[in-house]
Design a protein around this ligand. Structure first.
Ligand SMILES: *[C@@H]1O[C@H](CO)[C@@H](O)[C@H](O)[C@H]1NC(C)=O
Ligand SMILES: *[C@@H]1O[C@H](CO)[C@@H](O)[C@H](O)[C@H]1NC(C)=O
Ligand SMILES: *[C@@H]1O[C@H](CO)[C@@H](O)[C@H](O)[C@H]1NC(C)=O
Length: 468
């Protein structure tokens, strides 16, 4: 069904922080010389030195820092027990310098004059004793989600895919076809909510073997990632406790192209269906032409893929997860009684600014962004940069989540938006957050916490077919 002949990056690439670059640009503009032409050459040099010596110092300092960081990174990889077996796997084939790989050093920031860690994990001995909390029945406006499938007689057979299947949309047998009225209805929080949430038909694609399905049903806590279309290499997780190694499923979703590409590079899946810590799960019949959209399925719908999981952590394929998963759940969810934790956007705050940035960077066509934003304006999405004191714009390369009816509903709604409109999930996140009034236990953590959670490696783009 899917056209897989081209390798496309699956996840959204919007982690770059342009603030530094922009600041420099602005300064340069202001510095445009007027009558300074009369100064002679030496005076010019002196003036430049006087003006720019802090920048020069900074440059030297940064160079030294980067050099040190590389040294520390190397040292960590040697002293960490979890990583030593997998060096071959993670460096295979790409030929890119991977200076960030296997670093465990914490990210810190200064708060009121004191340097502190961005992610306040428990000490290692306490991490070893972490267990999932007892599931107390918390009050939730949504008690149960009913997922609409082909066979369900929802709304008197209002949708009939064979007639409604739908030129110019991305609705298909995987998504079903959500009408605009249903979309409206879905945002009204009711005790039993019926909603489209992928997996609409048995013939909808995203097929997984029965053996893998059985395995997925055993998972209570999942760390997952995906690479479709031959995309990114698999980075082995590091920094986990022995307890997490026992209790947490690490699952990487690959399609046949990624499998072939990786095996050609010598990254063979072993007899336990694994590469290092990752269980590799092969997905056939990806439902969308757009690989980015296929990537949203494991990213947003882990509650459909792992029906018995109570917690999940999504990690983008360009990142190496480097912290103890149970410790992360404790630090970002349990301690603050939150259900969903996600990073604030590093650069922008307003969804309308983000829409302009998406177009400017050619990450979606102006037309499709325009359609999405017009709908959001029509629905009354405000320009506010914050909702309930929380920054509206998120950067979703990591999603930490308790699976509850409310967070499941949130993810279904979000998925339906990326199917209906653009695949840029940062455009739909603030909208869903704003419209779904019931989800309040959300932890939007600062960018520096995200940096503590992962080593960001950047995407590796490979041309298909593989020639070397
Ligand atoms: C769906 O549409 C097809 C083709 O028009 C029609 O034959 C079929 O009876 C419809 N099914 C339902 C349940 O309305
Ligand atoms: C739909 O019904 C058929 C026949 O009763 C069944 O085999 C199939 O599993 C059902 N599909 C879904 C998605 O429930
Ligand atoms: C596969 O699993 C078995 C049983 O847990 C274990 O003994 C074996 O070493 C594993 N194989 C690999 C290659 O890790």
């Amino acid at each position: 069904m899917a056209n897989n002949s081209i390798s496309i990056t699956v996840s959204d690439d919007d982690t770059e922080d342009p603030s530094g670059r922009m600041r420099v640009r602005v300064r340069r503009k202001r510095k445009k010389p007027g009558p300074r032409r009369r100064l002679d050459f030496t005076q010019k040099i002196v003036t430049i030195l006087l003006k720019w010596w802090p920048a020069l110092l900074l440059l030297i300092a940064v160079t030294l820092l980067v050099y040190e960081a590389f040294k520390i990174g190397g040292g960590d990889s040697r002293s960490s027990p979890q990583v030593k077996n997998f060096d071959k796997v993670v460096t295979g084939g790409s030929g890119k310098p991977q200076g960030n790989l296997n670093r465990l050093d914490p990210t810190t920031r200064i708060v009121r004059g004191v340097r502190e860690r961005c992610l306040k994990l428990l000490p290692p001995e306490e991490l070893e004793h972490l267990d999932l909390p007892k599931d107390v029945d918390s009050f939730s406006p949504v008690k149960k989600l009913v997922y609409i499938t082909e066979n369900a007689t929802y709304e008197e057979g209002k949708f009939n895919l064979s007639t409604e299947y739908l030129e110019g949309t991305r609705f298909n047998l995987f998504t079903g076809s959500q009408t605009l009225e249903q979309r409206e209805q879905n945002f009204k929080v009711t005790e039993t909510a019926g909603i489209h949430c992928g997996f609409y038909s048995d013939n909808g694609g995203y097929s997984i073997s029965d053996e893998d399905k059985s395995y997925m049903q055993t998972c209570k806590v999942v760390v997952s990632t995906c690479a479709f279309g031959g995309g990114d290499d698999l980075y082995q997780p590091i920094g986990m406790s022995e307890t997490s190694l026992q209790k947490v499923c690490y699952v990487a979703f690959w399609d046949e192209i990624t499998l072939a590409t990786q095996e050609a590079q010598g990254n063979k899946v072993d007899e336990n269906h694994s590469i290092g810590q990752w269980r590799v799960i092969l997905v056939r019949d990806l439902p969308f032409r757009d690989q980015r959209l296929n990537g949203k399925i494991p990213k947003m719908l882990p509650h459909r893929l792992f029906p018995n999981a109570r917690y999940s952590i999504w990690v983008d394929s360009k990142s190496q997860f480097r912290r103890d998963p149970l410790g992360v759940l404790e630090a970002l969810l349990w301690r603050s009684n939150d259900e969903l934790a996600i990073s604030e956007h590093g650069a922008r705050s307003s969804v309308y600014d983000e829409a302009k940035a998406v177009v400017r960077k050619n990450k979606a066509t102006p037309e499709e962004v325009q359609v999405q934003m017009a709908q959001y304006r029509l629905d009354g999405l405000p320009e506010d940069k914050r909702f309930d004191g929380k920054k509206a714009l998120a950067e979703a390369s990591i999603i930490v989540r308790k699976h509850t009816p409310m967070t499941n509903l949130f993810m279904c709604l979000w998925f339906n938006e990326v199917v209906r409109f653009t695949s840029r999930d940062q455009l739909s996140f603030p909208y869903v957050l704003w419209r779904l009034k019931g989800l309040t236990n959300i932890n939007m953590f600062p960018v520096c916490t995200r940096k503590d959670l992962v080593n960001s490696m950047g995407h590796i783009r490979k041309a298909k077919p593989l020639t070397n």
